[in-house]
Design a protein around this ligand. Structure first.
Ligand SMILES: Nc1ncnc2c1ncn2[C@@H]1O[C@H](COP(=O)(O)OP(=O)(O)OP(=O)(O)O)[C@@H](O)[C@H]1O
Ligand SMILES: [Mg+2]
Length: 241
């Protein structure tokens, strides 16, 4: 199968979802689509609903209206466990890892709880030499960049079909940002389907095949990175660039 053929196959379809926190209506008829093998960027300013979109997809905060389908199955009301078993992996902003376990134990735990195997430990250490160096260190002894890499590695040792990354470069030093970007590019090159949430506009557009701009809980723009770069109205109105 060629890459082009693969990318016409829809993996995730979010159709007109409304998501609430109690009475607060956050997502308002939000729709987006990700094809198999695509890297899609979801861009938007602070507090516009990016993380809530990811939480809706994984079943953390299921939508009240609208539908979500994954690989042809309706997952609108599926819970996080069921979606994890389907291969939907969220690497949240907080880069959740076990701070009391070593880097090695964090990876091992993800491996043994996986329904199906993904990357092997040697593959992880080969791609993340920093994690190999830090294998014996506890999760709370490593840097922010290493935590981010560990959180991504934990998703990769599982049979991840859709990787949701919530602001993976946030708060990292420029050199580490470039390392994380290189990792995302490499995971993409290996065929992973990725939804990348970013405030870092340039970082996201460098790797994305397509992008969405969200504002006020709804998609305001959809297009290629070049189309977005050329749309000064969208850039200034919704992204302030
Ligand atoms: N648990 C919650 N309870 C109530 N309101 C919430 C909750 N989490 C987020 N919100 C509100 O929902 C809106 C969207 O938040 P969300 O976290 O999705 O934004 P975001 O685009 O990810 O922002 P950021 O760039 O700051 O991460 C915000 O107004 C936020 O205050
Ligand atoms: Mg967020």
């Amino acid at each position: 199968m060629t890459a082009v053929a693969a990318k016409t196959d829809t993996l995730l379809r979010v159709d007109g979802i409304d998501t609430y926190y109690g009475d607060s209506h956050i997502l308002r008829g939000l729709s987006l689509e990700i094809r198999r093998g695509e890297t899609v960027a979801l861009l938007g300013r602070n507090g516009v609903g990016k993380t809530t979109t990811l939480k809706s997809i994984v079943g953390w905060v299921p939508p009240r209206n609208g539908t979500i389908s994954f690989a042809g199955a309706d997952i609108t009301r599926a819970d996080m466990m069921a979606n994890a078993r389907r291969g939907i992996s969220l690497v949240p902003e907080e880069r959740r890892i076990f701070t009391n376990l070593s880097v090695f134990e964090n990876i091992k735990l993800a491996q043994v709880t996986a329904r199906k195997a993904g990357w092997s430990l040697p593959q992880v250490y080969d791609r993340f030499p920093r994690l190999k160096e830090r294998a014996a260190n506890k999760g709370d002894e490593i840097s922010g960049g290493e935590k981010q890499m560990l959180a991504i590695a934990r998703a990769l040792v599982q049979d991840t079909q859709l990787l949701l990354l919530d602001e993976p470069t946030e708060g990292l030093a420029p050199l580490i940002v470039r390392e994380v970007e290189a990792i995302v590019r490499e995971i993409k090159a290996q065929g992973m389907t990725i939804l990348l949430v970013e405030q870092n506009f340039y970082s996201a557009l460098a790797v994305a095949d397509r992008c969405y701009v969200i504002d006020q809980g709804a998609i305001q723009f959809e297009g290629t990175p070049d189309e977005l770069r050329g749309n000064t109205e969208v850039l200034s109105k919704y992204l302030h660039v």
